[in-house]
Design a protein around this ligand. Sequence first.
Ligand SMILES: [Ca+2]
Ligand SMILES: [Ca+2]
Ligand SMILES: [Ca+2]
Length: 158
Amino acid sequence: MLTTAHGAQAGTEGLNSQLQSIPLVEQGVPRDPMFQQVSPAETGVRFQNRLKTENVRRYLSNGAGVTTGDYDGDGRPDIYLVGQDVPNKLYRQVAPFRFRDVTDEAGVSGGDAIGAGASFVDIDNDGDLDIYVCNYLTANQLYVNDGNGTFSEKAKAF
Ligand SMILES: [Ca+2]
Ligand SMILES: [Ca+2]
Ligand SMILES: [Ca+2]
């Protein structure tokens, strides 16, 4: 027996006749996975955020980061990966799901900074994506897109 807010009592048999049981997932039917793992050999992305063991307790919990965006305007998203004890990497997508490491020619490695995160953003509103990098213990970096495959670090200027 159930009691309503008004104090009236209702039999559970009456409620049961109004309830329906609907399964959330059809059981026994395999579903297509939403994601598929693609190997570094296929993509060309070989980045690893390897930590020095002496630094594990200092900033392991901070993590690093990744951002994606089409910095060169060719219609294919590119990837910028942040390293803590390793240089950051910019991978340009040169063909569908094929990437090339263009970090050095683009000038966006982050140097010795301990990276903590990054975002693609058009900070100067000129139509191309720039890269803002957050660092641990050192100043953040702002790589402004020169429009020719290279970037200039201009955090102080902004
Ligand atoms: Ca691109
Ligand atoms: Ca820009
Ligand atoms: Ca620009």
